[in-house]
Structure formats: structure tokens, C-alpha cells
Design a protein around this ligand. Structure first.
Ligand code: PGA
Length: 255
């Protein structure tokens, strides 16, 4: 059984008071409503991580995650946050290579490979984002494009380390646009990625990897997406800022 993961990506939203209120609501409602088989992650801005982490009691399947880390462990990189810093406050999940980082901060596949290596070496789980632009989708080369993102950033890993990765497929044209990939489009890509992993490693390894879908996932489309055989969870932007919507997505797994 692959891990079911619903990860919120708060991006650069909320002030401290709003962050505390949102996290408290999610933790409180999840306790009553979300099955313990679903892992919930709230990827908050860095400055709230430590405070929110302390709100979560031991043994709950809820985590705070970071949205990024630097490629180096320390040094003269004013304003940056490193993997060992995150490890030192007990962070377990870190988003890597979100399309906004790739687009606005020029992050490339080689740098992301370094971040993935660092996170694994510090015992954290990278949530590796991949996904194509609308132009690439229209050109019909999306499967090759996204498979190549995995090849260049992840396929240097040993099978043992690869098994620690979570993948998030986020078609850029669906992020924050209200337009979602259809469940068939998501399944096609997720299956292609799983086959790609099986070709490089083994089917056993590929079958262990949780592949999340991201891009305007909402309570009204989550059930259909999560019902697909290779869609194991979601990476949620906008809807993760509303506790009710976030929890309703986490309750949308079939059966
Ligand atoms: P969205 O964002 O749910 O607001 O489309 C998803 C993401 O960017 O991770």
C-alpha cells in the first residue's frame, strides 16, 4: 500500500496570527474527520514552521513541511535557509522544485538534484515537483518532458534512496488557474512516471512511490482524481488556506 498524502502548500501567504489559526483548525478538525491512514502535511512559510510544529501532538499523522531549501549546507547566502537548519527543528518533508521556484528563481534540474541529495542525507523527505507548461502540453511532448525532469534530478539516486522520495505532478497550466487536469490526464502522466521509474529501478520500487497530483485540486474534483489508480494524493495550494476545504480534500479518498 502506497502512502496517501495530502500536502498543503501555503506559498507566501498568511501572517503569524492567520497561520496559527489555520494550522490549529486543521489539526483540530483532522482529529475527528481524517482517517489516520492519510498523511497530512502543511507546508508553511519558514518563519512559522517551528511554532506550528509544536501545535502537533506526538503520534499524529500530521506534519509541517518546508517549501524549499538551499543547495548548500551553510555559508554566505544572505536570506537563505539550509537543509541542516530544517533538520535541526525536526522538519520531515520539504517541497523541492515547485514550478514557481523553477520559473521565478531559475531553479534547474541539476540544482534540484543537489537539493534532493542534501535532504536525503539529512534524513528528510523531498516532495519533488515536476510538470509541463501549456506550450509543452499543446506540442504533445509533455510525457517526455516530465519524465526527463525525473531523469535529470532523481535518477542518480540509489534505489534505496529513491524509495524515500515523494513525487508531485503539477501541470503548470493548472496551478492557481482554476483549471484542473482531467482525472484521465492525471492518470496518464502518473502511470507514465511510474513506468519510467520501473524501467530505471524496478516495478517493486515504482509501486512504493507516492505520486501526488497538484493544480487546482479542490473538494469538488478531489474524489475523481484520487480514485485514479496511480494518483496517491494531492499537493494543494489555494484550497490549503481554508481548513474546511483542505480537510474535505483529505476525506475524498475512495472507500
Ligand atoms: P493550486 O496550487 O492548488 O492553488 O493550483 C498548487 C500548487 O502550486 O502546489
Amino acid at each position: 500500500m502506497r502512502k496517501k498524502i495530502i500536502a498543503g502548500n501555503w506559498k507566501m501567504n498568511t501572517n503569524m496570527q492567520e497561520a496559527l489559526a489555520l494550522a490549529s483548525e486543521v489539526i483540530h478538525i483532522a482529529q475527528d474527520e481524517v482517517p489516520s491512514s492519510v498523511t497530512l502535511i502543511m507546508s508553511t512559510p519558514f518563519i512559522y514552521l517551528n511554532t506550528i510544529k509544536k501545535l502537533i501532538s506526538e503520534g499524529k499523522n500530521i506534519y509541517v513541511g518546508a517549501q524549499n531549501c538551499h543547495t548548500e549546507t551553510s555559508g554566505a547566502f544572505t536570506g537563505e535557509i539550509s537543509a541542516p537548519m530544517l533538520q535541526s527543528i525536526g522538519i520531515e518533508y520539504v517541497i523541492v522544485g515547485h514550478s514557481e521556484r523553477r520559473e521565478y528563481f531559475q531553479e534547474n534540474n541539476a540544482q534540484l538534484a543537489k537539493k534532493v541529495d542534501l535532504l536525503i542525507s539529512y534524513g528528510m523527505i523531498p516532495i519533488f515537483c515536476c510538470g509541463e507548461s501549456l506550450d509543452i502540453r499543446k506540442a504533445g511532448t509533455h510525457l517526455e518532458f516530465v519524465k526527463n525532469q525525473l531523469t535529470e534530478s532523481l535518477f542518480h539516486l540509489s534505489a534505496q534512496d529513491f524509495e524515500k522520495i515523494v513525487i508531485a505532478y503539477e501541470p503548470i497550466w493548472a496551478i492557481g488557474t482554476g483549471e484542473t487536469a482531467s482525472s484521465a490526464q492525471a492518470q496518464e502522466m502518473h502511470q507514465a512516471l511510474r513506468n519510467h521509474i520501473a524501467d530505471k529501478y524496478t516495478k517493486i520500487v515504482a509501486d512504493k512511490i507516492s505520486i501526488l497530483y497538484g493544480g487546482s485540486m479542490k473538494p469538488n474534483n478531489a474524489a475523481e482524481l484520487l480514485a485514479e489508480a496511480d494518483v496517491d494524493g494531492g499537493l494543494i495550494g489555494g484550497a490549503s488556506l481554508k481548513s474546511r476545504e483542505f480537510i474535505d480534500i483529505a476525506k475524498s479518498y475512495p472507500g
